[in-house]
Write a protein that binds this ligand. Sequence first.
Ligand code: RRO
Length: 314
Amino acid sequence: MKKIDISSSINGIKLSSCIMNASGVLCCTEKELSEILMSSSGAVVTKSCTMVPRKGNLEPRYFEWNIGSINSMGLPNLGIDFYLNFLDRKKPKKPFFLSISGLSIEENYQLISKANISPNINAIELNLSCPNLVEKKNQVSLGYDFEKIYDFLKNIFKFYNKPLGVKLPPYFEDFHFEKMALILNQFPICFVTCINSLPNGLFVDTNKETTVLHPKKGFGGIGGRVIKPFSLANIRKFYVSLRKDISIIGCGGICYGKDIFEHILCGASAVQVGTQFFKEGIRVFDRLKNEFISILKEKNYSSIEEFKGKLNVI
Ligand code: RRO
């Protein structure tokens, strides 16, 4: 019988499985990260970190329903030193992506400088798209600030010389996709992760006539099954417009093996699981792997390279 290989490469970083966790979900503490290291996920991504630990927003700050989730976590994390120390102690056998999300451009430079001298990091996933910071209520997130982002990336690549990917917010306009691709194509970006949660959703409790979240008057980032069409659109748009050496990591709406197939068909080289990981726990990686392998068997594919990006338009 034909051997089915679901390994992948993110611009040269080898993953034994193309399925990994999404930053933010169950990847903040020692226990959570250790569990991911021992699982069948192809890599580990940390919760986005800042220079100093943060408690995040007030609770309730997460809610899920049958087809989605809403969160306003507010960047709770243990601080960059914890994640670098964890990495140095554990020396993971799978790629380790440090997600960073400074509260200012200056803080991002400090975080990136620290990561730059850490010997064991495989890549930074620079989060340009946190939707929930109460202290930045009137500021546009960097991923939507097309003026600032060019200079920001230019300055980073003056001193940073390891692999760096960016986690993008969802875009909706052709003009924005084109503008972002034009910017990213000018830098030695290793990968883009599409997409972060859809910002500023609102979920209402009909019985209580209230919001379900407390921070930011109930508004929060939407994730889960309901956002899959937006993930696929963002993956596809960037797959056709980015340089071919920039890998795409799909994120958003992965619940079943077939969702992984769709992300890869649109152009992703790997996928991240967020809401469904939170719902199901660590066994989600084995289940998704088995379902994905079954689909490849049915379709007679033996590796993801055979169909990656090969979406047909009818
Ligand atoms: O912590 C959060 O509120 C959060 C972050 Br940093 C992010 O990037 N995406 C999200 O949905 N929540």
